[in-house]
Design a protein around this ligand. Structure first.
Ligand code: ADE
Ligand code: ZN
Length: 346
């Protein structure tokens, strides 16, 4: 089967996406609309230019810039409704959405009011067959106090669909030990733990995320490819890597980890992780910023040489790694397997 046949089938399969930032999903036209609401005139071309950052610091700058136009609950509702419509159009039936809660707090926004608007948008998506759960994220560079405050908000809003606490931002800004109290607070409230690590940082950052923070899923974790013992340990412990190939190209993470000649999608370590038996959840990270979507990422997997049955296995793994109650996971898996069998993939 060729790439377009494979993506044609993947388009029909019910899918899960687990590593997806709400604020990274703002289409250029929507950024223009949001900016105008707040008295700022920008153009779609300017947004697209800023989204094409040359390196990781440039990416973080673009993220900071576009989030500066998110000020009111209705701004968050707009981008959520648009994201959920795009996910539903790709047959995504379950998504965990990361919210940059520490950015909202840093701007003195009312997290409770904006999250109420987001929970309503999630309710609308649910009625259309797309289930949403939330991950509250703190930016590492904002420090331990911001992490604690973000974890407190996550705990408070757990009854409204927040299932995990995570850390993103500048991976090199702060070591994991500083974040431990925030993760402990979140865990005590029944939340699960995820963390960006080994995206631009070294393999040791992945070890610390697992050992110090108790992360059960790692955002990116591509540095593991540099450390065979770590890959084997992650495989043995069932730690999932949330792999976002286009993101790794566009943020410069591939070049940083593996050298300038590796800044190509066909050099991404996704297939080597898969072949080694690691759990992988294929995702988009910031789809509008990187001009991608989940189907395009499955196309990358096909170009890397995964066969159609392997792609089906890859897609199934996202349901295995989802932070869902077990009966719900099993019903998604049953639905997925039934469809995959009908396509002759299982
Ligand atoms: N926030 C949004 N996308 C991110 C990424 N790829 N790495 C770190 N923080 C992020
Ligand atoms: Zn991310």
């Amino acid at each position: 089967m060729n790439e377009s046949e494979i993506t044609g089938i993947v388009a029909e399969l019910p899918k899960a996406e687990l590593h997806l930032h709400l604020e990274g999903s703002i289409a250029p036209e929507t950024a223009v609309q949001l900016a105008r609401r707040h008295g700022v005139e920008i153009t779609p071309a300017e947004v697209a230019r800023r989204y094409r950052s040359p390196d990781f610091p440039g990416f973080l700058d673009a993220y900071k810039w576009v989030t500066s136009f998110l000020r009111e609950p209705q701004d968050y509702a707009l981008i959520a409704d648009e994201l959920f419509a795009r996910l539903a159009a790709q047959n995504v039936v379950y998504a965990e959405i990361t919210l940059s809660t520490s950015v909202m707090l840093r701007r003195n926004q009312d997290v409770g009011a904006s999250f109420a608007a987001l929970a309503q948008a999630a309710g609308r998506a649910n009625a259309a067959g797309l289930r949403i759960q939330w991950i509250f994220d703190t930016a590492r560079q904002f420090g331990p106090e911001a992490a604690l405050e973000t974890a407190r908000w996550a705990a408070r809003l757990a009854p409204q669909g927040v299932v995990a606490f995570g850390v993103g931002g500048d991976e090199l800004a702060l070591s994991a030990a500083n974040l431990r109290p925030a993760y402990e607070l979140a865990r005590a409230a029944g939340l699960r733990a995820v963390a960006h690590a080994g995206e631009i940082g070294p393999p040791q950052a992945i070890r610390e995320a697992v050992d110090t923070l108790g992360a059960e899923r790692i955002g990116h974790g591509i540095a593991a490819a540099l450390d065979p013992a770590l890959m084997d340990r992650l495989a043995a412990d069932g730690v999932t890597l949330e792999i976002c190939p286009t993101s790794n190209l566009r943020t410069g993470a591939l070049a940083r980890q593996f050298g300038p000649e590796a800044a190509r999608l066909d050099r991404h370590p996704l297939k080597s992780f898969f072949d080694r038996g690691l759990r992988v959840a294929l995702s988009t990270d910031d789809p509008a910023m990187f001009e991608t979507d989940l189907l395009a990422e499955y196309g990358v997997a096909a170009r890397l040489g995964l066969t159609a049955p392997e792609i089906a296995h890859l897609a199934e793994m996202s349901f295995h790694a989802a932070l869902l109650p077990e009966p719900d996971r099993q019903s998604y898996l049953a639905r997925f397997r039934k469809q995959a069998r009908e396509f002759g993939l299982l």
